[in-house]
Structures are given as structure tokens and as C-alpha cells.
Unconditional design. Structure first.
Length: 146
């Protein structure tokens, strides 16, 4: 029988999610040649370990690619604090409020999409992916609007 009434948005979300995953290449193998997902870590004198500086713009691009279709004004996550509208400056304050610079892995911005906290959108990013590492590095560097 039809499940659209109660679970319609879940089904739509799942379809959109699959579409996004397909559109982003294979998220479970981020070492494919030609894969657009990239480690954006740039070395700002930190020695190349965890000290690489990641700008807000770089982290935002990942959110824009992976989160915006639910986290926008009319998406499944419209009622949440996270809005990714393509206007990084306008979205900054809300995004910065979802991070813990003292303990980046404790950030909602990381725990939710990696499935380490319950998330209406499910697991969007793998915890050990390049995308998650980039977002974490931006947070660890102070989550500045840079
Ligand atoms: C398929 C839809 C979908 C996608 C894609 C999605 N989310 Fe969500 N997200 C939700 C829904 C629905 C909620 C509200 C329920 C909840 O809090 O889990 C939510 C809530 C959140 C919250 C809590 C915001 C608050 O108000 O406290 C955060 C943080 C979050 N998501 C992060 C992300 C990040 C980061 C991404 C991308 C990497 C992402 N989400 C992608 C659907 C999605």
C-alpha cells in the first residue's frame, strides 16, 4: 500500500540523498582518480599534520555540496538552525554556533552528518572521509569566518 502520507518526506529525502551521493561520485571510495572530492588542507606552516589551515570558504563548499538540499528554506531540514543557502557570509553565524572549537569531534556539525548523533538526514558523510576531515580542520583552527 502507499506510504506516501506518513513517510513521504523520508522517501523523498532518501531519493534525494541517493541522487546526491551518485552526483558526488562514490562516497565510500574517495581515492578514485578524477574524483572531485578533495582534501582541501592547505599547509599554513603547521608542518602538514593537523595544523593545516582550512578556510571557512573551503568548509562551506563541502556543506553546500552535501547539506544544502535539505538545509535550506524549504527542504526537509528547513526548521533547523543550519541553513546552507550558497551565501556563506549570511550563513556563518548559524554554522559557527553548531561547532565546538575546543573539541571539534563534539560539534553538531560533525556528529550529525556522520551518524554519531541521531540525524534526520541520516549518515551523509563518513567519519573518516576527506570532507569530514576538512570540516574538522576548519573547526579546530577556530572556525573563523575567513
Ligand atoms: C536528507 C536530508 C538532510 C541532509 C542531506 C542533511 N541533513 Fe542535517 N538534518 C536533516 C533533518 C531532517 C534535521 C532535523 C532533525 C535532526 O535534528 O536530526 C537535520 C538536522 C541537522 C543538524 C541540527 C541543527 C540544529 O538545529 O541543531 C545539524 C547540525 C545537521 N543536520 C548537519 C548536517 C550537515 C553538516 C549536513 C551535510 C554534511 C546535513 N546535515 C545534511 C536532514 C538532512
Amino acid at each position: 500500500m502507499t506510504v506516501y502520507n506518513k513517510k513521504g518526506w523520508v522517501a523523498v529525502g532518501a531519493v534525494l540523498l541517493l541522487g546526491t551521493l551518485a552526483g558526488c561520485g562514490d562516497p565510500f571510495n574517495h581515492s578514485l582518480p578524477g574524483e572531485p572530492a578533495t582534501v582541501y588542507l592547505s599547509d599554513a606552516g603547521g608542518g602538514g599534520d593537523e595544523g593545516g589551515a582550512v578556510s571557512y570558504g573551503t568548509a562551506y563548499a563541502i556543506l553546500n555540496d552535501n547539506c544544502s538540499f535539505c538545509h535550506n528554506e524549504s527542504g526537509a531540514a528547513a526548521g533547523t538552525k543550519l541553513h546552507v543557502t550558497s551565501d556563506s557570509a549570511a550563513d556563518y553565524a548559524a554554522i559557527a554556533a553548531l561547532v565546538d572549537v575546543e573539541n571539534p569531534d563534539n560539534s553538531k556539525l560533525i556528529k550529525k552528518p556522520t551518524g554519531q548523533a541521531s540525524h534526520g538526514g541520516g549518515s551523509i558523510l563518513k567519519a573518516d572521509s576527506a570532507e569530514t576531515a576538512t570540516i574538522r580542520a576548519w573547526i579546530a583552527a577556530g572556525a573563523h569566518n575567513n
